[in-house]
Design a protein around this ligand. Structure first.
Ligand SMILES: Cc1cc2nc3c(=O)[nH]c(=O)nc-3n(C[C@H](O)[C@H](O)[C@H](O)COP(=O)(O)OP(=O)(O)OC[C@H]3O[C@@H](n4cnc5c(N)ncnc54)[C@H](O)[C@@H]3O)c2cc1C
Length: 244
């Protein structure tokens, strides 16, 4: 991974998404030559936040906003606060509007949206793995003729639905957009789908019908999904994945 320039950004807004996830909107300076493709990630660090070896603490985060949003001068990162021990995620969750964040990138060409592909798009995400998929979905829906989009999104329970309002609006009003959510640890009273995403795929995606697929989430979910799609006849070239 060849090193990219480091840009000093400022937190423009902090948008609470769920009890553990917030979206950090970072203002990109007008004179910075920064561009990216939906799906790519950056390395984030915070000035003066260094580890015990006095090295900057750097972490990878997918850009969850679209390149179209960059025209308005910002990118967004949607970050889960990892327990009480997550080093960087806890530090950024303690930040305030106006604080600096250093951004290096973009990285990750192999998991970026292939724009202009008219094939139906299937997005399979779990937890904060929805971040790069949201960037892709916003990009497609902002294009003149979006393809069909099906989103299968797994998370623990109702309160963990990142981008809930936005996705429900798409489901309501974007032609050709469909959304299926799956709760892995549902609250009593949840009447929708529950379980592990890969276990439900045989019902939700019974066979290959020309889709291009983008998968992002924890390694178990990604592995299970890739294995199922191969069985269902999806060609390897149609399936792209990212995991963390
Ligand atoms: C390409 C890429 C893209 C990514 N995009 C995103 C993104 O969009 N959003 C996002 O939230 N993350 C993303 N990540 C993960 C991110 O880079 C960090 O790994 C994550 O934020 C944890 O960093 P940390 O410093 O807070 O945790 P660390 O201190 O590095 O902890 C590392 C691991 O230790 C464990 N751990 C530490 N403390 C606890 C605890 N108290 N309880 C339970 N487990 C604990 C966890 O497994 C944790 O992941 C991405 C990773 C990659 C590689």
């Amino acid at each position: 991974m060849s090193k990219r320039p480091v840009i000093e950004t400022r937190i423009q807004a902090i948008i609470p998404e769920t009890p553990r996830v917030s979206t950090f909107r970072l203002e990109i300076p007008k004179d910075a030559s920064f561009s990216f493709k939906a799906g790519q990630f950056i390395m984030a660090s915070i000035p003066d936040f260094r580890n015990e070896r006095d090295r900057p603490v750097r972490r990878a985060y997918s850009i969850s906003s679209s390149p179209l949003d960059l025209e308005k001068g910002y990118i967004e990162l949607s970050i889960t606060r990892v327990g009480e021990g997550g080093y960087f995620s806890n530090r950024i969750h303690a930040s305030r509007v106006g604080d600096p964040v250093l951004v290096e990138g973009p990285y990750g060409n192999s998991f970026s949206l292939e724009e202009g592909n008219p094939a139906p798009h299937l997005f399979v995400g779990a937890g904060s793995g929805i971040a790069p998929l949201r960037a892709m979905i916003r990009t497609l829906l902002g294009s003149p003729a979006p393809p069909g989009i099906k989103v299968i999104y797994g998370f623990r329970k109702g309160e963990d639905f990142i981008f809930e309002k936005e996705f429900l609006e798409y489901a309501e009003s974007a032609p050709g957009f469909s959304l299926i959510v799956i709760h892995s640890r549902p609250d009593p009273g949840w009447g929708g789908l529950s379980g592990r995403v890969p276990d439900l795929l045989p019902t939700l995606v019974p066979a290959y019908s020309g889709e291009v697929v983008y998968i992002c989430g924890h390694p178990d979910m990604v592995r299970g999904t890739v294995d199922y799609l191969a069985l269902a006849g999806f060609p390897e070239a149609a399936v792209r994945k990212e995991q963390w």
